[in-house]
Write a new protein. Sequence first.
Length: 369
Amino acid sequence: MTDKTELNASHRELGARMVDFGGWDMPIAYGSQIEEHHAVRKDAGMFDVSHMTVVDLTGERTREFLRKLVANNVDKLTKSGKALYTCMLDETGGVIDDLIVYFLREDFFRLVVNAATRAKDLAWIEKQAAAFGITVRERPEFGMIAVQGPNAREKLIGLLPEDLREKARKLGKFAAIECEGPNGMPLFLARTGYTGEDGFEVVVPNTRVVELWNLLREAGVAPAGLGARDTLRLEAGMNLYGQDMDETVTPWEASLAWTISLDEGRDFIGREALEKQKAAGVPRVMVGLVMDEKGVLRHGQKVLSASGEGEILSGGFSPTLGKSVAFARLPAGEHGDVRVDIRGREVPVRVVKFPFVRDGQPMPGIVDG
C-alpha cells in the first residue's frame, strides 16, 4: 500500500508523472524536469516534501540524549530555532540516517528524518531514548513544502502578515521560527533546503497544506518534482541516504567528516568505531566526477582508478553544467587517470571537488578543468 501526501490530488491535477518513492506516491516531474531545475536555480520552485518525517523529542534530558544519539554536537545549538545537520550512527560507525535537529527549548527538540528510513529511525530513536525518559512523538499531522531558489524567500515572505515579514527576512541560515502564515495558518519556517539555493522548508498542518501550495503557485512559485530535486542536490554536493551512504559506510567514507564532532568527553554512538577507523586510515573515499564526453554517469557503474575499482553512487546529467556529474566511492590513495565503464567502454572522467554548483554558478574548474 502506497502512502499519499495531502497534495496528491494537486499533483495529479497538474499532470504530474507519479512514482513510488520510499513507499510514497510522489511527483517525479510535472512537465520538463530540466525546466523545473532551472526554475529553482534562476527564480523559485517548490517541492512537496510531506513524506519527510517530523519527530518531536521532549523531556528534561533531551539535550543529553542527543549528545549520545548523533555524531555532530548539539551543544552548538544555544539559540532557540537554530538547526544542525548530522548523522545518526550505529555502533560500527555506519550511517543509520542523516537528519536535521532543531533546538526549540531545553526540553524540546525537533528532528526531520528521511521518508524511506522512517520505521527504522523511529525504532532506533525510541530504543535509545528509553534510558533518558524522553518522549518520542512522530507528527504525521504535518505536511511540508520546500520553497527554493534565489527569489523563493521573498515570494513566501510576501504571503505572511505584514508585521511578521521583517522577522522572516532576518531569519539566518539553518534556523527556524514558528509564526503565523497567510489566513492565520500556523507555520514552522526553516531556512534550510536540499538544492544548494536559498529558501525555506515550511512545516504546516496537513489541513492547510493545499491552501499554502495554491497561494505559492499564485505568487509565481513553480511546482517541481523529485527528479529536479535530485539533480539540484547532486549539483550542490549533497548526499542522498541509501545511495551515497548507509549502514555499511562511515561518515569518513561519505565526505561527511564535517558532520562529526569528536569533542572531548562526549560518548556518542559509533564514536569508538570512527576513531579506530581514522587511526588505522580510512580505506575508501567519496569523490566528485565530471565527464566531458557525451553520455550519462549512473548509479552502479564501475569506476577504474590507479587505487583500485570503485563505483558510481549518485550520478546524472547536470542541467546547469550541461554535462554529466557523479559521486563515486574509490579505494583511498592516488587515483591517477580515472575511467568509468559504460556498457563495456572505458570513458575518461575528471576527479573534482564538489559541490559542482554554488549560488547557481559552476564552481571553478568544473566545466573546463
